[in-house]
Structure formats: C-alpha cells, structure tokens
Design a protein around this ligand. Structure first.
Ligand code: COA
Length: 261
C-alpha cells in the first residue's frame, strides 16, 4: 500500500488493519484523513492479498470523536455542501467495499466517527464505547450519511431521538438497538473477535462475499431493485470457478479451495 500519514496500515494474513491515528485530537477526521481513507479503500478492492479490513482508532479513548471541528468552524454554505458530499462519497466507498470491513469501536464514536462505524459492514465495540450524533450541539446536522444510515440501521423512532437530542449511547444501549455485532471487554479482545469473524469469511468464496455486500446495500438504495440485483449477482456467482469448486467439493465430501475466480 502507498505510504499513509494519519491512517496507519498493516496487512497480516490477508487482513488489512487500519488505525486512525490522531490521538491528541481523539482521532477526529480532518480532510486529509478522509482523503487517505478514500485512497486506501480504492486500492482494497483490487488487491487480492487483502481479504478483510479492520478499522480502529489509536489509543483507548476514542474510535473517532467526529469530523474535525476546527475545519467545520470555518465552513461557508458553498464549501459545506462539498464537505458533506466528500464525506458521503468516502463512506460509500467503505460501505460498498467487496471485502468485509469491521469497525472495532474503542471509546468515543461520535459524529463522523459514528457515521464511519455504521458505514462499515460490522461493528465490534469495547465496553467503554460511546456512540452519538452530537452535531445539533454545534448548530449543524450529520453530513456524512448519518441521518440515513442510522435510520436504516435502527429505525426511525430511536434514530430521530439520537439525532435530535445529541445524546450519547453507552455500549448496552447501542447493543440493545442492534447497532453492534459484538461487545468485548477491551480493544485486544475486540480485535481478536474481528479476526475470528474475518477468518471465517475468508474461507468462503470471495465473489459471493462481494455480491452479498452489493445485495445488502441495495436494500437501502431507493433507486435500486434489490431482488433484481440479487438474481443478477446469483447468476454472476454461477459463472465463477469458485461456484464449480464449491459445489464439486460438497459432492466429493471435501473442503472447497476457493480462488476468488
Ligand atoms: N474535532 C476536533 N478536535 C476534537 C474533536 C473533534 N471532533 N473532538 C475532540 N477534539 C480535541 C479537543 O479539542 C481536545 O484538543 P486540545 O487538547 O488541543 O484542546 C482533544 O481532542 C481532547 O478532547 P477533550 O474535549 O479535551 O476530551 P474530553 O475527554 O474532555 O471530552 C469528548 C471528550 C469526545 C466528549 C469531547 O472531546 C467532545 O465532545 N468532542 C466533540 C464531539 C463532537 O461534537 N463530534 C461531532 C463533530 S461534527
């Protein structure tokens, strides 16, 4: 991968580990961080050696405490739209990644941090994690897709309350709302859980995993027919070598050897 400045990246055993590292600013997302994230994810789909991604924040206190309020404080109406559209674009690239992306949420996931976590395919939180969309305290609203994704994810009733009050949710509340896949006592255990899930997914046919991302995302796209996308994706899988290998291996009573082709 290209050298990065704010996001530390390391690939090990097929997993790309990304750490958002602005610890003194609680890993707040400035423009450069978003741009790095975009560049990284643009490479991930084409890189066959990466089979899954874990995103976390540096340190124990925060995953990401939001978009950078220093940058937000200098917006005007014209560049504010671009600011939001750029964040939306980057998080959509994350969400549509054909490799599974897991957020390990270690501490505050506020504003853009909560939006990033919910753009990931799964979330594993540590017990000290806190989620919230406090933009209303700053006289703005979420601009990186939060009003949409949060509502899709947990429903209108609670999403509206969270968006309007700016209240933080602790991990038990977030878990009860269906925001989380798992809760672990600390970051080390959360990363171990994410690795366990990714390793399981990595033993499956890679094309199938990418197709599942497309089909699940289609549920939330008002201009797409998810059933049609499912049928097309199903047909696309059947064109692959891995389909032949998977069905043959079952009939031969052995484990499949998938190649992502
Ligand atoms: N943007 C820029 N800087 C941020 C930030 C953000 N979103 N969140 C935290 N920081 C900075 C603080 O300004 C502080 O910097 P300083 O040491 O140079 O003064 C540093 O990170 C530590 O934060 P601090 O507020 O001192 O920590 P705390 O433990 O008292 O409070 C929070 C933690 C998360 C509750 C608090 O930082 C906060 O409310 N952050 C903003 C959250 C937010 O509104 N996010 C949405 C933005 S759209």
């Amino acid at each position: 991968m290209a050298e990065q400045k704010i996001i530390l990246s390391e690939t090990k055993d097929g997993i790309l580990y990304l750490t958002i590292s602005r610890e003194p600013k609680l890993n707040a997302l400035n423009f450069n961080t978003l741009e790095e994230l975009k560049n990284i994810f643009n490479e991930v789909n084409d890189n066959k050696s990466i089979r899954g991604v874990i995103i976390t924040g540096a340190g124990e206190k925060a995953f990401v405490a939001g978009a950078d309020i220093n940058e937000i404080s200098e917006l005007n109406e014209l560049n504010a739209r671009k600011f939001a559209e750029f964040g939306q674009e980057v998080f959509e690239i994350v969400e549509s990644c054909h490799k599974p992306v897991i957020a390990v949420v270690n501490g505050y996931a506020l504003g853009g941090g909560c939006e990033l976590a919910i753009a990931c395919h799964m979330r594993i939180a540590t017990t000290n994690a806190k989620f919230g969309q406090p933009e209303v305290n700053l006289g703005i609203i979420p601009g990186y897709g939060g009003t949409q994704r949060l509502t899709h994810l947990i429903g209108r009733t609670k999403a509206t309350e969270i968006l309007m009050t700016g209240d933080m949710l602790d991990v038990n509340e977030a878990q009860a709302l269906g925001l989380l896949n798992h809760v672990e006592p600390n970051k080390e255990a959360a990363i171990a859980k994410a690795e366990e899930i990714l390793k399981k997914i990595m033993s499956k046919a890679p094309l199938s995993i990418g197709m599942i991302v497309d089909c699940v995302n289609a549920v939330y796209a008002s201009d797409e027919n998810g059933y049609q996308i499912e049928a097309n994706s199903f047909a696309r899988c059947v064109k692959s070598e891995d389909y032949r290998e998977g069905t043959k291996a079952f009939l031969e009573k052995r484990k499949p050897n998938f190649k992502g082709e």
